[in-house]
Design a binder for this molecule. Structure first.
Ligand SMILES: [Ca+2]
Ligand SMILES: [Ca+2]
Ligand SMILES: [Ca+2]
Ligand SMILES: [Ca+2]
Length: 399
């Protein structure tokens, strides 16, 4: 085993690192600086002394600038858990000592944002070489209406990026946007090809808030988690905090096995997790609490898609999910015989104003009269040229 000299680790403020067998894993590999973890969140404190040397260029999709600083305090915490500067006699240790952090700001100073920015952020990260996408955020959507975020997941995955997302903190019920929800499916965690992460305690119990449903693939420490915050360090809890433990471990796996596909990384994580609760996969812990040492030591051999199949067989719940008023996400069919004039005429017929085109995926954000979103969605879904039309869901930091 290898033990870092960071004071918070030595002072036993970072129980999660020992729980996942960090020291034994670090004895094998401490993490390559060739692996980039995108923290798609509220930004990162770009000059935090325990992070600044780990940060690569990113983007701020909220303010549309190249300074994705953290004005909410969530993304900085997430970044430190996955990949703080480690063994530098300062602050905390991260799961991957070497991985670099790409800050991608999609949540505003209140910790909320739009699915359209999450999609654009995922695409940006995948296009700029991130191999792990950490999404400690989520929104409500029905699976039939979450095609835009699924497209972004698939886009990233086709560029060999592993997508890791928090399953949500409404496991004992919660109020979102004035409506009470119990254990709702959160997106992107509920998309296919996403590693959904639940939260555990220092005694390997489920954190009381952690959601339990088919989106749970694995679990990781998520209570009393000490990490970086803007200007210092503090404790937070949430599936948001569990998620970067998995992202950091994915970065370690990719350091040892650089040619692994996302499926092989998932398999290494799933097959080598410490089973908790009922034997085998269960909806509280998924395949179990991650084990960094075993995931590295044995590596992946076979594909495991049982959970994805299980998730696909569930009928989607109907949710009155909060969305951006007066905005829709529309995708036109990817068909070279469709002319731009034909697209323009559809837009014109429905009096739609284009606000933004998310380039790689060809998803268009359009404005419609406030209050008429559902009516416009129904009308657009009748258009032969339209592949899908959906609300622009609101998303939140899952703390
Ligand atoms: Ca900025
Ligand atoms: Ca440190
Ligand atoms: Ca999954
Ligand atoms: Ca189990």
């Amino acid at each position: 085993p290898l033990y870092p000299n960071d004071p918070a680790y030595e002072g036993e403020d970072q129980w999660g690192l020992n729980k996942i067998e960090g020291p034994k894993a670090w004895g094998i590999i401490t993490g390559s600086n060739q692996v980039i973890v995108a923290v798609i969140d509220s930004g990162v404190d770009l000059d935090h002394p325990d992070l600044q040397d780990k940060i690569v260029a990113g983007w701020d999709f909220v303010n549309n600038d190249d300074q994705p600083d953290d004005d909410f305090g969530h993304g900085t915490h997430v970044a430190g858990i996955a990949a703080a500067a480690t063994d530098n006699d300062l602050g905390i240790a991260g799961v991957s000592w070497g991985a670099r952090i790409m800050p991608v700001k999609v949540l505003n100073s209140s910790g909320s944002g739009y699915m359209s920015d999450v999609i654009a952020g995922m695409e940006y990260a995948a296009d700029h070489g991130a191999q792990v996408l950490n999404l400690s955020l989520g929104g409500l959507a029905t699976s039939s209406e979450a095609q835009a975020i699924q497209d972004a997941v698939d886009y990233a995955r086709n560029k060999s990026a592993v997508v890791v997302a928090a399953v949500g903190n409404c496991g004992s019920g919660c109020t979102i946007g004035g409506t009470y929800y119990y254990n709702p499916d959160m997106y992107p965690a509920s998309c296919q090809n996403v590693i959904g992460v639940a939260a555990t305690t220092s005694t390997d119990d489920r954190a009381s808030f952690s959601e339990h449903n088919t989106s749970v693939d694995v679990s990781a420490p998520g209570t009393s988690i000490y990490s970086t915050v803007p200007g210092g360090y503090n404790y937070k809890q949430g599936t948001s905090m569990a998620t970067p433990f998995v992202s950091g471990l994915a970065a370690l796996i990719l350091s040892k096995w650089p040619d692994y596909t996302p499926l092989q990384v998932e398999t290494a994580l799933f097959n080598n997790a410490d089973d908790l609760g009922d034997a085998g996969w269960d909806e509280y812990f998924g395949h179990g609490r991650i084990n960094a040492y075993l995931s590295l030591f044995y590596g992946a051999e076979a594909a495991s898609s049982s959970l994805e199949a299980q998730a696909a067989s569930q009928s989607p719940p109907t949710l009155d999910a909060p969305f951006a008023p007066g905005e829709l996400l529309v995708k036109f069919k990817d068909d070279p015989t469709i002319t731009s004039a034909e697209v323009a005429s559809v837009l014109e017929r429905h009096a739609l104003q284009v606000s933004e085109i998310i380039p790689g995926l060809g998803i268009t954000r359009v404005t419609v009269p406030v209050g008429r979103e559902q009516e416009m969605i129904a009308a657009l879904r009748q258009e032969p040229l339209v592949e899908y039309a959906e609300p622009n869901y609101l998303v939140w930091a899952l703390e």
